[in-house]
Design a protein around this ligand. Structure first.
Ligand code: SF4
Length: 502
């Protein structure tokens, strides 16, 4: 059992006392293994999870610190990781993070210097350094995963990224919030199918009508509350006291169902006032115990035309997934551009090609002089800008994203897979634009190539190459693909079992 707590925007006073009070009672109760503390949820400023987490840790309660990629660059993140290690808080929930919200004077600058897969690798490598320096305990990092996406493309993007997170060192997973038991079962089935065996905690939430409404509107990235469920919650809360009872009962029933389905833990959220509610949920879960099956049909809130990765339920009886079976008509632009980009890439950017030595010689001649700078400004950049919306990062990653640019196409610059915030195939940040990973999936799936989404992993962008020629950098072995650094080595070793039956 883990319990998610949300610090407020004050450093002292009621909000701090409430969080501390819940944590103290949880510790005294003894049934909660750890409390997890959110990191500026919704991208809005709040008390640091490191500070309040340390106070909680000092009373003896184990703490999971949420660690997002939104507010700091890799230098700050590494420093923060060292600080947490020194404080003894090494349970980390590594997250991409919601997009930046409003703080002092307006919206904050989104950083997203590295993504959550690279954060796992960073924690893994720092852990090794910590061990070498004499501390036997490394970080214990976990990640988030959502089976609750409505489209196949988003589901594949989630499962492929889950595989990369595990390859990068994630040792536990926590699901996003949803109320469709078939989807919860799907995740367990997909993990089995992909050979992933890390403890996974299912999320349950004490659903008030206010929370249900904002989740239904898609304002909590990744959480899914369907119209049907919202109507039920609103009906239940006509009488406030009855509503609260229903909310506790629903959380307990879902917790019991998830345990029955094989989830190794339950992650409880939506606790804002006191521990008593958690106590009631846990008591009721114990009471339900092995009778969980009777409540399974109650968690039947499918999204309209929602995708399921298995035809049969439970998925243990399915020998095959449904992934990659649906016809996939691509927009004309994708139908033309994808093969064009792929052929050009194979022709010009293949170290094994017989032309590679020639390209290297040309790039060496252009490197660092006026001819090279004219080549970048008059040839490379205009072409890439027109075809890809290129931002001239100098460390091109289009080949990892179905030949789409993650710098232009993804506001969080993800290079290893989708964040959890997409909805119906559209981007969390720009709901009028498709998520770049949804498009990448559709391009790759049309050619039977979705395996690429989970194979290996992609090191972070090398900022030292900003505004330089990515073509020259590639051929001169300077970018993330040829760099012999530890991260690239880590990524090359990462493997993924096929998502699609061949
Ligand atoms: S493009 Fe996709 S991965 Fe990037 S921020 Fe939008 S939803 Fe998230």
């Amino acid at each position: 059992m883990t319990l998610e707590l949300v610090p407020g925007r004050e450093s002292t006073g009621r909000s701090v006392d409430t969080v501390m009070g819940i944590a103290k009672d949880a510790f005294a109760d003894g049934r909660v293994s750890a409390v997890s503390i959110t990191d500026n949820p919704g991208g809005n400023p709040s008390l640091s999870p490191d500070a309040i987490g340390y106070r909680i840790f000092s009373i003896g309660m184990d703490v999971i610190v949420h660690f997002t990629c939104r507010d700091m660059n890799r230098v700050g993140m590494e420093s923060r990781a060292l600080q947490l290690a020194m404080m003894g808080m090494k349970n980390i929930l590594a997250l991409t993070g919601d997009y930046s919200g409003k703080g002092f004077g307006g919206q904050g600058a989104p950083v997203f210097d590295i993504d959550s897969v690279n954060l796992h690798i960073m924690l893994n490598l720092i852990g090794k350094r910590i061990n070498a320096a004499g501390d036997p305990d490394s970080f214990f990092s976990g990640g988030a995963v959502s089976p609750f996406k409505r489209t196949e493309g988003e589901c594949v993007a989630q499962y492929a990224k889950m595989s990369r997170k595990v390859a990068a060192g994630a040792q536990f997973l926590i699901t996003q919030l949803g109320y469709d038991a078939r989807k919860f079962q799907e995740l367990i089935g997909i993990q089995r199918h992909m050979g992933i065996d890390v403890p996974t905690l299912g999320s349950v939430y004490v659903l008030s009508p206010h929370a249900a409404r904002i989740m239904n509107q898609g304002r909590v990235p990744g959480a899914v509350v369907t119209d049907d469920l919202l109507h039920s919650v609103e009906k239940e809360w006509k009488d406030k006291q009855e509503g609260r009872k229903f909310a506790i009962e629903r959380a307990a029933r879902l917790g019991a169902v998830l345990k029955g389905l094989g989830y190794r833990g339950i992650h409880i959220g939506g606790i804002h006032r006191d521990f008593a509610t958690v106590g009631k949920i846990l008591d009721r879960m114990e009471q339900i115990g092995d009778d969980w099956q009777q409540w399974l049909p109650r968690f039947n809130y499918p999204q309209s035309n929602g995708f399921y990765a298995f035809r049969e339920t439970p998925p243990e009886t399915a020998s095959k997934t449904t992934l990659g079976l649906a016809p996939r008509p691509l927009p004309v632009v994708d139908r033309i551009l994808y093969p064009l980009m792929k052929v050009s890439h194979n022709l010009f950017f293949d170290f094994d090609s017989f032309l590679a030595p020639l390209y290297k010689a040309i790039c060496s001649a252009l490197d660092g002089n006026i001819a090279g700078s004219l080549f970048l400004r008059l040839i490379e950049h205009p072409i890439k800008r027109m075809l890809l919306g290129c931002r001239q990062c100098g460390d091109c990653a289009i080949q990892h994203v179905g030949f789409l640019c993650p710098e232009w196409g993804c506001p969080k610059h993800t290079r290893n897979g989708a964040c959890g915030g997409s909805r119906d195939g559209m981007c969390e940040v720009h709901p009028d634009r498709p998520c770049v990973w949804f498009r990448a999936h559709n391009r790759l799936a049309a050619k039977g190539e979705i395996k690429q989404m989970c194979e290996g992993c992609v090191p972070p962008r090398m900022w030292e190459l900003d505004e330089t020629s990515s073509w020259i950098n590639f051929h001169l072995g300077r970018d993330h693909q040829s760099s012999g650094n530890e991260i690239a080595g880590f990524c090359r070793k990462a493997t993924c079992r096929l998502l699609v039956e061949e």
